[in-house]
Write a protein that binds this ligand. Structure first.
Ligand code: IPE
Ligand code: IPE
Ligand code: MG
Length: 237
C-alpha cells in the first residue's frame, strides 16, 4: 500500500484527483481484440483504482467515463459502453459496502431512462458513505457544463453584478466540491478533451503512455508521488 517515503519533504495527498480513463480501444487493438474488450478491461481498472483511492484516503475522485463528444462513435460501441455502465450500476452494493459515495456529473437527460433510474438509486444508496466521493463524468463536457451553469443562473434571475467565480462554481455539476488538485491522463495524449475545464484552472497534471486497462495502483502511486513533490504557487511566490 502507498506510503509517503519522506514525510518531511512530501506534501499531502491531493484532496481531489481526476482521471481521464483513456486508451481502452488501443489496448484492445494491440491484443487483436474488439474495442468492447478494451472497455470491459477499462471498467475493471476503474473499479480497482476507485477502491484503491478510497483505501489510501483520497477524498474526491472524478473519472471521465463518457464525454459529450463520444456520441460520435459507432452506435454499437456507445451501446456497449452504456451496457457496461448498466452492469456496474446494478452491482452497486459492492460500492456501498466499500463506503464510496457516488455522484454522476454531466447531462444525464440524454441517457436511457433505466440508466437514469439506476443512477438515482446508486446516488441515494451511497449518500451516507463517508469514504471517497466518486464522481463519474457521464455525457460530460466542460463547455456543456458551463452553459448549463449560465442557464441556471439566468433562470434564478441572478444579477450580473452578483456573478462571481464562486457563484459560477456553485452552479456547476461539481458544486460544493473542491477543484481537482491533480489530473491524470494515461494513453499518451496530452489534452483535456473538454474535461473539467473550469475546475482545472490550477490543477497539476500527470501524463503517461500507459493505456488505461494497464493502469495499476503502482502507477497511481507513482503519479501521486510526483504530485507530492511539486510546489504549487497559485500565482504567488
Ligand atoms: C476511453 O478509451 C474510453 C472512452 C472514451 C469511453 P477510448 O475508447 O477512447 O480508447 P482509445 O483512445 O481509442 O484507445
Ligand atoms: C476522453 O477520451 C473521454 C473519456 C475518456 C471518456 P477521448 O478518447 O474521447 O478523447 P479524444 O477524442 O482522444 O480527445
Ligand atoms: Mg480515447
Amino acid at each position: 500500500m502507498f506510503r509517503k517515503k519522506e514525510p518531511e519533504v512530501m506534501r499531502d495527498l491531493p484532496t481531489h484527483v481526476a482521471i481521464i480513463m483513456d486508451g481502452n480501444g488501443r489496448w484492445a487493438k494491440r491484443r487483436h481484440l474488439p474495442r468492447t474488450a478494451g472497455h470491459a478491461a477499462g471498467s475493471k481498472t476503474f473499479k480497482e483504482i476507485a477502491r484503491y483511492a478510497n483505501k489510501i484516503g483520497i477524498k474526491y475522485l472524478t473519472v471521465y467515463a463518457f464525454s459529450t463528444e463520444n456520441w460520435k462513435r459507432p452506435e454499437e460501441e456507445v451501446k456497449n459502453i452504456m451496457g457496461i455502465l448498466r452492469d456496474y450500476l446494478k452491482d452497486i452494493d459492492n460500492f456501498k459496502d466499500e463506503n464510496i459515495r457516488l455522484k454522476f456529473i454531466g447531462d444525464l437527460t440524454r441517457l436511457d431512462s433505466d440508466i437514469v433510474e439506476l443512477i438515482a438509486e446508486a446516488e441515494e444508496k451511497s449518500k451516507n458513505a463517508t469514504g471517497t466521493h466518486l464522481n463519474i463524468a457521464l455525457n460530460y463536457g466542460g463547455r456543456d457544463e458551463i452553459i448549463h451553469a449560465v442557464k441556471s443562473m439566468m433562470n434564478e434571475n441572478i444579477k450580473p453584478e452578483d456573478i462571481t467565480e464562486q457563484v459560477l462554481s456553485d452552479h456547476l455539476y461539481t458544486a460544493g466540491q473542491p477543484d481537482p488538485d491533480f489530473i491524470i491522463r494515461p494513453s499518451g495524449e496530452y489534452r483535456l478533451s473538454n474535461f473539467l475545464i473550469w475546475q482545472s484552472a490550477y490543477a497539476e497534471y500527470w501524463f503517461s503512455d500507459i493505456l488505461w486497462p494497464d493502469f495499476k495502483p503502482k502507477h497511481f502511486e507513482k503519479a501521486l508521488e510526483s504530485y507530492m513533490g511539486r510546489n504549487r504557487r497559485f500565482g504567488g511566490i
